[in-house]
Design a protein around this ligand. Sequence first.
Ligand SMILES: Nc1ncnc2c1ncn2[C@@H]1O[C@H](COP(=O)(O)OP(=O)(O)O)[C@@H](O)[C@H]1O
Ligand SMILES: [Mg+2]
Length: 497
Amino acid sequence: MDDLMGYVIGETSNTELNFLAKHMPEIGSYVSINYCDLEILGMVESVNQGCKIFEDVYNVKDFEKLKDFENNDSYYTIGKIKILGDVKNMQIPRIPPKPGTEVYDASEKILGEIFSKGTIEIGNLISADSKVKLDVNKLCSRHLAILAITGMGKSNTVSVLLEELNNIHATVLVFDMHREYVEIEAKNSTIRRNIIRPKINVYNMSYDALMSLAGVDPQATVQRAMGRRAMKKIKESKKEVDFNTVDEYINSIINELNYYMGMDEFKSKVDSILTLIMRFEDLMTFKDKITAINYNPIQDIKENYVNIVDISELDESSTDLIISYFTGEILKDRKKVLWDTKVAKPIFIIYEEAHLIVPQNRPTKSKIPISKIAREGRKFGVGICLVSQRPKTLDQESLSQCNNFIISKLIEPSDQKHVQHASENLSEDLLNQLPGLNVGEAVIIGPCLKIPAMVKIKRFEGEYGGEDVKFDELWTTEKEKNIPEFIESNELFNDDL
Ligand SMILES: Nc1ncnc2c1ncn2[C@@H]1O[C@H](COP(=O)(O)OP(=O)(O)O)[C@@H](O)[C@H]1O
Ligand SMILES: [Mg+2]
């Protein structure tokens, strides 16, 4: 028989109950309760300890006297259990257990069966020796949010997921903001990496998006109107294939604008047109790395690879444009494939720093296709993963479409509330555990697991780029080099000049 942990006490319900514990139970550990021919599984969500003889004593002298009489027997421990369902089919029982019912430590065998069903091994239960594997279909199709304050293990979790997904030949796309994954290497497997240089098709872009890329102020209505007119004219007369290079296309817009400069009709707008021409000239010089023509990002994405779009060198507005462009084109492509072939071509897209890309109170270009995928992507085999250290600034609507959550330490109550708002499965008690989690520990909830779990995420075995810099080691190695003891400060300045 399993270890007896204690007895149900007080008023019970079929969703939660309290028990008087024989030993101190661990928060996040599982219990089993047998009644009505069912074996019910529950999770210890909080624990309280008390001592009867100290109750209502508010005088220090009395307290100190009583303390001498106190022995371990006067303490009691009460655990609060959230009922998860019966072991067989995880359904919540219709009736609550009677007070006095025995509460047992759930056996490792049961936990092993529950948590070993999935394909993606993410780590171990904190409270028991059981591996935790996630159901990849539910993880990807029902979207995922990885949330925690900085340094708590988000990138490590992403790296573990990348290796595991790569092992099952998944097609994954990561927007890599900090060059964390471009050189990812695993010790025990070969991660098939495909590095994509971010490019955007200038001919396919909307008029407004192209002008934003060129740096035209959104409020500059005259410039915007003239630009639209010129681009529309060019597009009506020439197809994309008529241009060999980006510069050919942009120059044709500039020529059209130059033509307007000479027209009487636009005499009063000459200054605006001139500024616009300068913006387009700058576009050819400064944005030449990310512009392309006769290009579709789909051609760069390799199936069954970890595709990494290196956006580390882009500014915020180009990042937004690239992400919205890639995401929109992927959704279009996946819809088309499904309609044409009747078979989906699944892809899982990971967005780091998601609060910058899909923020709560600010419109961005990426918000439109990402929230579209969040809502309807699963029909077409497109899953998303939002990674963020500032959940409260993450778009509530997109977040609430994520059904799976891997949440590590979150301290700010406003972050916690925002997440709780998005996920009905995150109970108040589980939420209260978030500030106490250590590096690499996380609460995992959602359809990717049969029941919620507190997990020690495994350490990614290999190298990724975002690991904490070891200041002391690096400085010590520097020290070993022959560093002169004294430098005339002027010398430093002279070098800079
Ligand atoms: N599951 C884990 N097990 C052990 N150490 C971890 C784990 N996750 C993260 N770490 C450590 O914490 C550091 C920060 O992790 P990281 O994933 O880069 O955090 P974040 O992306 O949330 O800022 C890593 O350098 C690593 O040393
Ligand atoms: Mg990180």
